[in-house]
Design a protein around this ligand. Structure first.
Ligand SMILES: [Mg+2]
Length: 231
């Protein structure tokens, strides 16, 4: 665990904005603080599951962790219907109970407004289920800044699958060579790279309450002030 460093200005991350027409953006962890999702799945759901099954909290937490772990990288992992059935809990209803925790990262709106002002095509590509997306859009202002929003569930493939990027292209045309993807999911960044998306950036600071992501072979940034668009 480490706290976000805000006292020292962070270095600008150079991006070739003149070569970028389209920006594909992930939602959870990238634009929005992952604390909501983490707290929901790691604390709130185990607590509700323990109550429902009459289990000690530790046992319920272990069961939930194992179930979640077994679905990593699959569409089920993000599918509220799947979890609703698996856990016999009203997942969507429970998410609404915690929605006050949903928050954008600092400077996200300024970043999105900057993209809009420069006439970039801005497309959300999220593995979040449509119901999750709806709650997040209701609680934040980010929805006003997108030309299109795609949930990978609509295509039956997660972002971890390279072919998803061509499916997106058939619905919302973009030129991969003039496209930037910003995501905190390294597997998604790699599948986009395999498809031919030219510019890739890793959002490392998913939440002030969580460990930063190691961007490995990708360029990373911590704070949106580092990547403000310019032409
Ligand atoms: Mg994410």
């Amino acid at each position: 665990m480490r706290e976000r460093v805000t006292e020292n200005p962070l270095a600008t991350v150079p991006l070739p904005w003149a070569d970028i027409d389209t920006v594909l953006l992930d939602m959870d962890g990238t634009l929005l603080d992952l604390h909501f999702d983490y707290h929901f799945w790691m604390e709130y759901v185990p607590q509700k599951y323990a109550e429902k099954q009459g289990l000690p909290l530790e046992e319920a937490s272990r069961v939930i962790r194992e179930k979640i772990h077994s679905q990593t990288g699959t569409l089920n992992w993000y599918c509220l219907d799947y979890w609703q059935e698996q856990l016999a809990l009203p997942i969507v209803e429970l998410k609404h109970e915690l929605k006050h925790l949903i928050a954008e990262h600092p400077e996200v709106i300024r970043f999105l407004a900057g993209l809009q002002k420069l006439g970039k095509q801005v497309i959300m590509v999220t593995n979040a289920h449509r119901d999750s997306l709806a709650i997040k859009l209701e609680c934040t202002e980010i929805g006003d800044y997108f030309d299109a929003m795609h949930s990978s569930h609509d295509f039956g493939l997660p972002k971890e699958a390279s072919s998803l990027w061509s499916h997106i292209q058939t619905q919302t045309p973009y030129d991969p060579k003039r496209t930037l993807l910003i995501d905190d999911n390294l597997t998604a960044l790699r599948s986009a790279r395999d498809y031919g998306i030219a510019h890739l950036l890793c959002a490392v600071h998913v939440s002030p309450k969580l460990e930063a992501v190691d961007p490995e072979e990708f360029q990373g940034f911590e704070h949106f002030s580092q990547i403000m668009p310019s032409q």
